[in-house]
Ligand binder design. Structure first.
Ligand code: GUN
Length: 277
């Protein structure tokens, strides 16, 4: 069993982005909008802020109270769409319930959509002509590439069908010519699907749901879950301690996919910058 060091892979990616940024006159600019004071979102944003500083990006963090109206938020996004210093716009999710996430994502210019959630970017990914990729699935792809996995013809099972992770993840794997099964909360006999998988990606938000007897010996297991237990511990959707004895490779939580998501956000911002100059 090998543990995938997502932190190290992300650091290498960030180092290569920094080398590129050092040669640029104008620095790539990222705007992050945070609505309200969700604790987890604040932690994610702090991590994004540190990563932007490390690579030398220009960063604007825009904090708004959770009673911001839909119109005010869309107006803010439109202002950033027209701001030449800004190459990438990210609205941290989840948003308060009175705000329409879909409308927010569709208002961000597809050229500055560094989360890759705009229907134009999702459509391009579906057609295997990607521009800006959703960060977490792309981060998983970069992780698999860095451990040298050949995905062609491999049986991949994605557990979870969210717009942010599961669906685009399945699409990325399909584009890499893997055979993909997408499971959701209504899937019957999940364990029968999982036991056949060469590669398993789990993003369901249920602590330690995936047990070792569901995993084929030698399989690659990528855990996208981030769950905080009542005792304060951070755990994934995979029971790491048991699955590590069966899997060939396993991405831990924390220190696995999380840092890759942030490195991919930086990569997307550089891609958006390069497309605008
Ligand atoms: N909240 C949790 N994951 C994400 C993500 O990938 N992008 C944004 N904008 N918010 C998130």
């Amino acid at each position: 069993m090998n543990v995938i060091n997502g932190k190290k892979i992300a650091q290498n990616l960030q180092a290569s982005i920094k080398l590129k940024v050092d040669t640029l006159d104008r620095k790539p600019g990222l705007a992050v909008i945070l609505v309200g004071d969700d604790d987890a979102s604040e932690v994610y944003i702090r991590n994004k802020e540190n990563a932007c500083k490390e690579v030398g990006f220009y960063l604007e963090i825009i904090n708004r109270f959770d009673n911001i109206s839909q119109e005010e938020l869309l107006f803010e996004i439109e202002r950033l769409n027209d701001d030449d210093k800004i190459d990438g716009i990210l609205v941290q999710l989840p948003l308060p319930k009175h705000l329409d996430v879909n409308l927010v994502n569709e208002t961000i210019s597809p050229k500055k959509d560094v989360d890759g959630f705009h229907s134009e970017n999702i459509g391009k990914l579906m057609q295997n002509k990607p521009f800006l990729h959703p960060c977490t699935p792309k981060g998983v792809m970069l992780m698999l590439e860095s451990i040298g996995v050949d995905l062609v013809g491999k049986n991949c099972v994605v557990v979870g069908a969210s717009n942010i992770v599961g669906r685009p993840m399945a699409c990325e794997l399909l584009n890499a010519k893997a055979t993909v099964t997408i499971c959701n909360s209504k899937t019957k006999n999940l364990s029968c699907k999982l036991i056949q998988a060469d590669i398993v990606v789990v993003a369901v938000g249920i602590p330690k749901m995936i047990q070792s007897d569901w995993i084929k010996p030698g399989a690659i297991v990528i855990d996208v879950g981030i769950n905080r237990l009542d005792n304060g511990c951070l755990v994934g959707d995979v029971d790491f301690e048991s699955v590590r004895n069966v899997a060939g490779w396993i991405a831990p939580v924390p220190g696995g996919v999380g840092p890759m998501t942030i490195a991919t956000l930086l990569k997307n911002t550089l891609t958006a910058y390069e497309a605008r100059i």
